[in-house]
Write a protein that binds this ligand. Structure first.
Ligand code: ADP
Ligand code: ZN
Length: 613
């Protein structure tokens, strides 16, 4: 293949995708693929992996096959490519036989560039045979971690892809994933590539995501007021159960948000429709279990809220990773309580699998608790977990509003004595009752009102006691023993605090914080996300409405017309001529042809209305 210079690549980037510059890492990967090597790329969600193979595919004279596990993802990618004038086809199980045959003919014909399909389609003998007669230059394997049994998301249908290197020795392999630890990475490369594979690992950091954690109290009220400034923005609220999901969606709808519930209990038709609306409409909130999210590459999700603790640090990072793929500020908020933690703990140990696997899962969950209770930068806590280092981020609640930390060893000692004096036999609710000096049947039955520790912390508010308890568990001083129904036990670390050889440094309770939900990082960051910095808000809304009309008419995702960032620039710069439009990042010649008329008219109309008015 002849080398293509950097300025030429930049020119193709603009003419095909309308973008003015490559993002971090993209150019190097594009050049590697154009140079003929295999590539394995680990990049965080939203970093822009697709472009790394799409541009080489477009510039290559040979054809490219993209393997992706999810129909929804295939549909969206192909729709977006076609909007940019790229000859892309797709074959999958939700299209009729005729449609698939049609798509194949298109691909087999001249000028075709890309064909998307699922791994099981690709590996059918007839398909492999047919492809031998095509000039296939590259196989792209998306979500490549699914091929490895080391990873948590192994898919048997991916395993067969390891035959590609033998079946098509002339073709290149490009594999992409957002998650893979060292062992998984080596496994993927070994399975997919013969030799000559370059590995790219880009950092995990997503600086545009703000991070905040709130205690789970008055969840519904707080959520409604937190989302108030975000009306009109798209977001996901994750809940643990189907029931919670339905309830939360109802609460948000009653508060006037457009919100839909999504979980595995809804039928296929409903789910397709819901997902379709989420992709097409603006400002829809999806209240969902984790059944929703895989394969959602909507770039303008402005917030992800966890109404309940996710299952592990990995799961958490993947779920919040769906926000802000367009690189614009997006907010993540997690509500959590110790009950949630214990529920998750139970799910792990009651679940199937080897003891060793459960221990591993438990460690992943424990790291998440550490994140929740962190008193320093939360991003540092995440990145440390993924073996990366960073400086304090300035975009998390702890950076923006550092919690004061004090020595609460005496309080910890009181908590330990309550645990000890009741025989390390009770869960947190009863221990707190004892410390508060509560009068109830359980206390009287056990004569716990006679213990020395009874009422020892009566003057401290219950939420404060709960917070100390969570922090003690997070630092590993207290442990919930699941083989004894979650009874709290004191660990070695706890013993050291108890003996005074180690201090219990904990967050100073903030009365104001619990009473005003929109204070703190989430409140501040929301200002950041809603500000349009010089753009005309009313015009921006007009343009969004226009975009929605077009998207619905064509039955494509709204962002496939233009991203928010492009609309924002329209609303700021109010371009008139084709040349002025084309200067904007996200406007390429194809989109200019398609949409110049509609958008320039809308802008002109707005400008003249506001001149006279
Ligand atoms: P990933 O697959 O890594 O999660 P995508 O390929 O879906 O990410 O890209 C995320 C978003 O960023 C997409 O909406 C894409 O159009 C946009 N994007 C990618 N590269 C660029 C670029 N160079 N300039 C502007 N936007 C880009
Ligand atoms: Zn921070």
């Amino acid at each position: 293949m002849t080398a293509i210079s950097e300025p030429e690549l930049l020119a193709s980037l603009k003419t095909t995708f309308g973008y003015d510059h490559f993002r971090e890492g993209q150019l190097e990967i594009v050049e590697t693929l154009l140079g003929g090597s295999d590539a394995f790329v680990v990049m965080p969600t939203g970093a822009g992996k697709s472009l790394c193979y799409q541009l080489p595919a477009i510039l290559s004279e040979r054809k490219t096959i993209v393997v992706s596990p999810l129909v929804a993802l295939i549909d969206d990618q192909v729709a977006a490519l076609r909007q940019n004038g790229v000859a892309a086809s797709k074959i999958h199980s939700q299209q009729s036989y005729e449609e698939n045959a049609n798509q194949w003919r298109r691909f087999a014909g001249p000028g075709a560039q890309l064909l998307y399909m699922s791994p099981e389609r690709l590996m059918q003998p007839r398909m492999l045979e047919a492809l031998q007669h095509q000039s296939v230059g590259m196989f792209v394997v998306d979500e490549a971690h699914c091929i490895s049994k080391w990873g948590a998301a192994f898919r048997p249908e991916y395993e067969a892809l390891s035959q590609l290197k033998t079946l098509f020795p002339e073709a290149q392999i490009a594999a992409f994933t957002a998650t893979a630890d060292e062992a998984t990475r080596q496994d993927i490369v070994r399975k997919l590539s013969n030799e000559n594979c370059r590995v790219f690992v880009k950092g995990f950091d997503r600086p545009n995501l703000s991070l905040a954690v709130l205690p789970k109290e008055k969840l519904k009220e707080r959520l409604v007021s937190l989302l108030e400034p975000k009306r009109g923005q798209s977001g996901i609220v994750y809940c643990l159960s189907r029931k919670d999901t339905d309830e939360m969606a109802a609460v948000l709808s009653a508060a006037g948000f457009s919100a839909l519930a999504y979980h595995a209990g809804k039928d296929g038709e409903y789910r397709r429709e819901a997902q379709n609306r989420f992709m097409t409409e603006d400002g829809l909130i999806m209240v969902a279990t984790i059944a929703f999210g895989m394969g959602i590459d909507k770039p303008d999700i402005r917030f992800v809220v966890h109404a309940s603790l996710p299952s592990s640090m990995e799961a958490f990072y993947q779920e919040i990773g769906r926000a802000g793929r367009d690189g614009e500020p997006a907010e993540t908020i997690m509500f959590y309580s110790l009950q949630d933690f214990i529920k998750r703990q139970n799910m792990i140990f009651d679940g199937e699998g080897e003891a060793e696997f459960k221990q591993l899962e438990y460690k992943r969950l424990e790291s998440l608790l550490g994140y929740c209770e962190a008193t320093t930068c939360r991003r540092m806590s995440i990145l440390t977990y993924f073996d990366e280092t960073s400086a304090p981020c300035g975009n998390c609640d702890n950076c923006l509003d550092p919690p004061a930390v004090e020595d609460y060893s005496a309080k910890a000692q009181a908590i330990f004595s309550a645990i000890e004096q009741t025989g390390q036999f009770f869960g947190q609710a009863h221990i707190l009752d004892v410390l508060k000096g509560a009068q109830n049947a359980k206390i009287r039955q056990r004569n716990h009102q006679d213990l020395a520790c009874f009422g020892a912390l009566a003057d401290d508010p219950k939420p404060v006691l709960q917070s100390w308890m969570r922090q003690l568990i997070a630092i590993g001083a207290v442990r919930a023993n699941l083989s004894r129904y979650g009874a709290l036990e004191i660990t070695e670390i706890g013993a050291q605090i108890s003996q005074g050889s180690m201090a219990f440094m904990a967050k100073t309770p903030k009365a104001s914080k619990t009473s005003s939900p929109s204070s703190g990082a989430s409140g501040r960051a929301s200002k950041k996300t809603s500000s349009l910095e010089g753009a005309d808000e009313a015009l921006f809304q007009d343009l969004k409405a226009l975009r929605l009309n077009i998207a619905q008419e064509k039955n494509i995702p709204a962002y496939a017309v233009f991203h928010d960032s492009a609309l924002k620039e329209f609303a700021t710069r109010k371009p008139k001529t084709r040349a002025q439009f084309e200067e904007i990042n996200g406007v390429g010649p194809k989109k200019l042809d398609r949409y110049f008329e509609a958008f320039s008219e809308a802008i002109a109309l707005y400008v003249s209305a506001h001149k006279n008015g």
